[in-house]
Structure formats: structure tokens, C-alpha cells
Design a protein around this ligand. Structure first.
Ligand code: FES
Length: 132
């Protein structure tokens, strides 16, 4: 499924965003765990990852109607848009919920970073366990 891209006006790609993949092979087909990328203010984290070939699951296509794009924000939460009530309701359905849990399609980059995102190993399996 294609990803609904952020409709925000985007700045130049200057924000350091590091993705740490617990299971890189299932997300990228390779073995590289850490991917240092640059994102644009206005973009959401799911599109930054997908543009770099990191295939985070996104069953609903990025419209906050599932919880498969769930990630952990290890650093830089203050550089992301605040979670809406709709996101908070959805993310509560995600397996492995933590205080730093977010839905990557709902996290718009708002500050200069750095941002560190961990993609849990069960991401690719979530859709099979919890189909929407
Ligand atoms: S892709 Fe469905 S909520 Fe993010």
C-alpha cells in the first residue's frame, strides 16, 4: 500500500533522523541496523523511512487507522508534533506499548533534531497478528 504523505510544506532535508532496526533484514532485506538519514521539517517519520527503503509496516497507508507503524522515539520527542487524541487512541492498541511509543505516520518533524527512532522487531509481524 502506498503511504499518505504529509501535506505540510516541507523544508530542506536537514534534520538528522537515525532509525535503529531491531530486525533489519525483514525491513530492508539487508543487515544494517542503524540508518542515519536526514529528514525535512514537515515530513512525517514514516515517509522519511520509506523514502530510504526502510519498509515499516503501514497497513492503513498512513491515515491513523491502524497501529502497525508503531515505533519508539528514543531521542528527540520534542522535535516531533504532539500526539493527537486519535493517535493516542490508536497507539494504545499496539503490541509492546511504551511511554515513548508513537505512530510513525503521525509524527511530523517540527524541530532541528536529532531524532532517534527504534523500529521493533515485531513490526513486520504486527499485521499478521492483528489484522485491520
Ligand atoms: S500506517 Fe496506519 S496508523 Fe500509521
Amino acid at each position: 500500500m502506498s503511504v499518505k504523505r504529509s501535506e505540510n510544506v516541507k523544508g530542506p532535508p536537514t534534520v538528522p533522523v537515525t532509525f535503529v532496526l531491531e530486525d533489519p533484514r525483514s525491513l530492508t532485506g539487508g543487515d544494517q541496523r542503524e540508518h542515519r538519514l536526514t529528514g525535512s521539517v514537515g515530513a512525517h517519520l514514516l515517509e522519511v523511512a520509506m523514502d530510504a527503503g526502510i519498509n515499516i509496516e503501514h497497513a492503513c497507508g498512513g491515515v491513523c487507522a491502524c497501529s502497525t507503524c508503531h515505533v519508539y522515539i528514543e531521542e528527540g520527542m520534542k522535535h516531533l508534533s504532539e500526539a493527537t487524541e486519535a493517535e493516542e487512541d490508536r497507539v494504545e492498541e499496539a503490541p509492546g506499548l511504551q511511554r515513548n511509543s508513537r505512530l510513525s505516520c503521525q509524527c511530523n518533524i517540527e524541530g532541528p533534531g536529532p531524532i532517534v527512532v527504534r523500529v521493533p522487531s515485531w513490526n513486520r509481524n504486527a499485521i499478521k497478528e492483528d489484522p485491520h
